[in-house]
Write a protein that binds this ligand. Structure first.
Ligand SMILES: Nc1ncnc2c1ncn2[C@@H]1O[C@H](COP(=O)(O)OP(=O)(O)OP(=O)(O)O)[C@@H](O)[C@H]1O
Ligand SMILES: [Mg+2]
Length: 254
């Protein structure tokens, strides 16, 4: 279903351990079209994870509302799938069984979802590891499996919170290529949190640059690079120009 996401007047203030108010987000307004790929960039503590959790329905905003299409977000829902910075695979399940977790919980396995799981694992280069356990895989491989698991719940909306933060640059670029290919095939709405400007430029339609104290939107930039985006766009002058432009804006947020 093609449903846009509307974030209207969202504020979030946490209550700290000593009962003090911790302002995390203030006056967030953003409209994200169905099928759009949007990245959130900003300094540590500016509320990126908080915003993803509010969109996923895991945290309530202190004020304002999130709508997905015509529906208000009022609790955790099946339409969104969240991928955390560190892969959260279940140690005692094989990779295939991890990826089929959502199917096992909702309605069970069938030939279609098993075939889909295998084809997505193939697509991310894990076809030979379906019977391995998470401990037997590298961090990057576990992260690929976690992404496949998120896709297996057929989310309308994929929320990714620094999914590649802990990886080396080349593994990260390979996974960026994979995310881009998956997105081009599936056209899910994606909201992607990262600290890497190059990653945001490579993947996104738009980049939301946030500032801290309180967390807020500084500016939203269009990434007017062609689609489909070839991997070697990373070495193109227009790519560097965009990276430089984003970095300049971000320089004022720290
Ligand atoms: N559960 C919580 N209780 C109290 N304060 C919180 C809680 N979660 C986050 N905060 C505060 O809210 C603010 C925003 O945190 P958040 O984790 O959303 O930032 P972030 O942009 O994701 O940072 P990073 O880039 O470091 O992951 C911070 O000041 C943080 O201390
Ligand atoms: Mg965070």
């Amino acid at each position: 279903m093609d449903r846009a996401i509307t974030i209207s007047g969202v504020d979030k203030t946490y209550v700290g351990r000593q009962g003090q108010a911790v302002p995390a987000l203030s006056g967030m307004n953003l409209h994200i079209g169905a099928g759009e790929f949007v990245s959130l960039l900003g300094p540590s503590g500016c509320g990126k994870s908080t915003l993803l959790k509010i969109i996923a329905g895991l945290t309530r905003p202190s004020a304002g509302a999130i709508r997905i299409g015509a529906d208000s977000v009022s609790g955790p829902s099946d339409f969104a799938s969240l991928v955390f910075q560190k892969a959260t695979l279940l140690r005692w399940r094989t990779i295939l069984d991890n990826v089929l977790l959502h199917a096992d919980i909702h309605g069970g396995r069938n030939p279609e979802n098993i075939a889909l799981a295998r084809s997505l694992l193939d697509l991310v280069g894990l076809g030979a590891f379906t019977n391995a356990y998470p401990d037997e895989l590298s961090g990057g491989m576990q992260q690929r499996a976690a992404i496949v698991r998120a896709l297996m719940s057929r989310p309308e909306l994929l929320l990714m919170d620094e999914p590649f933060g802990a990886l080396d640059e080349f593994t990260r670029e390979a996974l960026n290529d994979m995310v881009l290919r998956l997105w081009e095939e599936e056209r899910k709405t994606v909201i992607f949190v990262t600290h890497s400007v190059a990653e945001a430029v490579f993947l996104s339609d738009r980049i939301v640059i946030m500032g801290a104290r309180p967390g807020r939107i500084i500016t939203v930039m269009d990434v007017d690079l062609p689609r489909p985006r070839p991997e070697n766009i990373r070495t193109a002058p227009e790519f560097y120009q965009l990276v430089a432009k984003v970095r300049e804006v971000m320089g004022g947020t720290h």
